[in-house]
Design a protein around this ligand. Sequence first.
Ligand code: AMP
Ligand code: MG
Length: 408
Amino acid sequence: MNPAGKPGKTGSLMAVEVALARLLELADASRVREHERLPLARIQGRVLAADLVSTLDLPPWPNSAMDGYALRLADWTGEPLVVSQKIFAGQAPEPLKPGTCARIFTGAPVPAGADCVEMQENAEVQADERVRFTETMTSGQNIRPQGQETTVGELILPAGTRLGPIEQGLAASLGCAELDVVRKVRVAVLSTGDELVEPGQALGPGQIYNSNRVLLCNWLQCLGCEVIDAGILPDDLATTRARLGELKEVDLILSTGGVSVGEADFLGIALREEGELTLWKLAIKPGKPLTFGHFRGVPVIGLPGNPASTLVTFALLARPYLLRRQGVKEVDPLKFQVPAGFVWPKAGNRREYLRGRLENGRAIIYKNQSSGVLRSAAWADGLVEVLEGRTLIEGDWVSFIPLSEVLS
Ligand code: AMP
Ligand code: MG
């Protein structure tokens, strides 16, 4: 047993990180360079093409963090102060008259001459409308200084940043109505297998419904890709050749199925004949066979067909590859250590990605980890990583990758 697990090559199998490094190299070499300028409402999940540099100080002027009173601390002697002006958010105040205070509301500019805001809860309005402060005050309190968030010329988001709601809000706060984003990566999705039927149709003998197609097409859209749904490819060489040949205007052909050892692998044959084929046997479970190559120059990734294998290999290999092709630098999903709430008595020679959940701070796993059981992933919140060569007793630390990390 090797409790730490052994990265690198495991027998004739390729370690996951070796395959990923190779895929990322290939992605770097075929980065999508074209970009387009789009309004913020249309950039969800897209990748920033140029550095976003602030043209503003944020906030642009010191403003009040509270509803209360602005004053010059030196003017407070214990004697109540006259309120000389009222400042709402959106107004431009007069300089503060010496020896007075200003009624001020959250987000309103602090008047010149004031160096402190006291919240209204610590202020008593006297019968004569002057204000008395009940607590000790300090200079600068409750004032958000100019430029506390950003200053002019500061790099806010580097090129290669994925743009989610937070980045969109940040860009809007800087006054950007549009951003330069990398053109969408065009991905053709092919499901291979004579047994496959689309949902909505009747199942014939020996047939199953195609689950990978919708899983991948919708997932790719979450990743900011343009999806070309290329349907089901029968297990037949002539059709495989013809259908691959139609997919010229794409950045990647992503297929599932037909890469198992021992099967008549028509995709593989077509790639070997009219492109290039690399067949990897990965130390990953579910998963293992993964095809990479090109057909007449168009890159192809062939994922294993069992739905849980498709999910895991897409999440850990194809997803980072596609993000990197759009120029994203950080493509590793967040993973953290949790104690195992299960036992793993038998060490495997492949790295396992068990569909699991966190319960009372421990990772538990779905009862059936078969690669054909997609339900395991619907039940799960994440992938529990058990390194090759490793056994576990309850309480041993394992890595947990939340599924939410990889699904978008
Ligand atoms: P293959 O890699 O083609 O040998 O497929 C492995 C297993 O995954 C077989 O049981 C297939 O029926 C199943 N499978 C392949 N593609 C799909 C798909 N698109 N949807 C559901 N199951 C699939
Ligand atoms: Mg098949």
